[in-house]
Write a new protein. Structure first.
Length: 94
């Protein structure tokens, strides 16, 4: 039987999706506007969750501020020394 060349990609994608966790609530610990990233703290993400501005929901310029409450989806492994990476972030506080 011939194996598909895309199979390794499908396996990697299945593993990645298996590590996606249901929505969590958290608070922005820090945000670096000039670099477009920050860290979200939640009981579900011990040590913090790395977050990028492109995952903030909304149009136009997107940013977060320390202390802002958020709902987010995350996955592991993380990025830049964090065990978790945010995949989708909804800001609850204006």
């Amino acid at each position: 039987m011939r194996r598909s060349r895309s199979q390794p990609w499908l396996v990697r994608e299945a593993i990645r999706m298996a590590n996606v966790i249901q929505p969590s609530s958290g608070v922005v610990r820090e945000w670096h506007d000039e670099e477009g990233w920050g860290v979200v703290d939640s009981a579900d993400t011990p040590g913090g969750c790395w977050a990028h501005f492109s995952h903030l929901q909304g149009d136009g310029y997107r940013s977060a501020a320390p202390g802002q409450r958020v709902h987010f989806r995350h996955a592991s492994p993380g990025q830049d020394g964090y065990d978790f990476t945010a995949l989708w972030i909804e800001l609850l506080d204006p």
